[in-house]
Design a protein around this ligand. Structure first.
Ligand SMILES: [Zn+2]
Ligand SMILES: [Zn+2]
Length: 159
């Protein structure tokens, strides 16, 4: 489990934007199996497999921040927090196939800006952007400025 400073800053920018005093920390934890993320206290923990679906990173962070500023349950307080965080109608559980399948990742992409690596099984048909940088520098929206670069075939182990 390791702290992601960039995502922590992005998460706290989000909290500040909605006038929240609380500050969170964002971690990656390879022990998470098919769960996308968890929240506990002031900690958001993300599944490293989210690197397979970069643009889900922000969604999951907002979902978990909603728990941090409300409750760990998916009740009315949490739904209200989701609205404040800009994700009204958020699902209580994300069904992300990429988190469940065990895959051989053949292609490794790297973000030229922050250095995060993303492994893919098949070569994507469209250009991928770094979810981490899009969140930090572009309000979570896709930006061609953060296009990933193919570096090499990915190793079989690791993310
Ligand atoms: Zn939840
Ligand atoms: Zn990046």
């Amino acid at each position: 489990m390791h702290l992601d400073r960039l995502l922590t800053r992005a998460a706290n920018d989000i909290l500040e934007t909605i006038g929240e005093q609380r500050r969170a920390q964002v971690y990656w934890d390879p022990k998470l199996k098919s769960t996308a993320g968890t929240a506990w206290g002031l900690e958001v923990t993300l599944n490293p497999k989210l690197a397979r679906v970069p643009m889900m990173i922000e969604r999951i962070i907002r979902h978990e921040l909603a728990h941090i500023i409300s409750t760990l349950e998916h009740g009315e307080a949490w739904k209200d927090a989701c609205r404040r965080l800009g994700i009204p109608g958020e699902e209580t559980h994300h069904n992300i196939p990429e988190l469940r399948i065990k895959v051989k990742r053949k292609y490794r992409y790297v973000c030229p800006r922050c250095g995060m690596t993303y492994d893919r099984v098949v070569k994507p048909t469209k250009q991928l952007a770094c979810g981490r940088c899009c969140l930090q520098h572009n309000g979570g929206k896709y930006s061609r400025k953060f296009h990933l670069r193919l570096t090499r075939a990915a190793p079989k182990k690791g993310i």
